[in-house]
Write a protein that binds this ligand. Sequence first.
Ligand code: URA
Length: 301
Amino acid sequence: MLEGPDRTQLVSLLAWYGELGIDSVLADEPLNWMERPGTAPGEAVRAALSGAAHQGTGTAPTSPSPPPSPPPTPNRRATGGEQPPRTQQASRFTPVTPQAAGAGSARQAAAAVNSLSELRAALERFEGCALKATAKNTCVYRGAEQARLMIIGEAPGRDEDLEGRPFVGRAGKLLDRMLGAIDLSENDVHITNIVYWRPPGNRTPTPQEAQVCRPFLDRQIQLVAPEIILVLGGAAAKSMFNASEGIMRLRGKWKQIEVGDASIKAFASLHPAYLLRTPAAKRLAWRDLLNIREALSKSSD
Ligand code: URA
């Protein structure tokens, strides 16, 4: 065991990592993602992107397209030092945004899914969202396969990433207590997030990351067939309602979410993680929960 100044330095280094949001170890050796020639997160998206351009999307380059980049190594954490450097041609090739290419392949993959187990398998094969590169697990859902109430949060956090299930940490425990207060248990609801992988350091997922995952989420909504969708927190509400307002404006109002031919009643409320930090806001969340309870009791008449 280290003692003395070395130990003090190590402890301060770990504390500093913690401040930066680095709270889990992915590999024995630290890895600088910026120095992995040819295997940066999202590399598979670039490969999909050149595929999309080859299929004549109207955005094909006039010069011959470069060969697709090599797929990522099976071990996402390998340093990949032996990879050949990218070609000049490949780095000039930017006709479609990676997000668009990821969303395109997500749409295709999601359309082929007919059950939640197929959805999970499709997500585990999907390489179009860079969040997957740093996550340990894919978090698809917890709760019932079909439910009258579907709950959509923001993104898996550390506990969710370790367990591979949404809302299992402190915020999830509070969510369960909130549901219990309106006589609902995990078996009555289907719980998921707008993205299926933990953003590094628990940052908010970007609109592009949510957009890439959206075809899978839409398919999930179709499979769960909820009567009501409860959206938790500002990032999820903005994404699901395609809105720019903050959660305080979006919450507490009934809206509709269109998925395929269906139009589903939807309601935004405050995120349980926010309620943990701001107990005074529980008053508003309680009002929202009563609204949900009333709507569920009406729709079951
Ligand atoms: N916060 C979320 O939005 N989702 C989770 O799964 C956990 C915490």
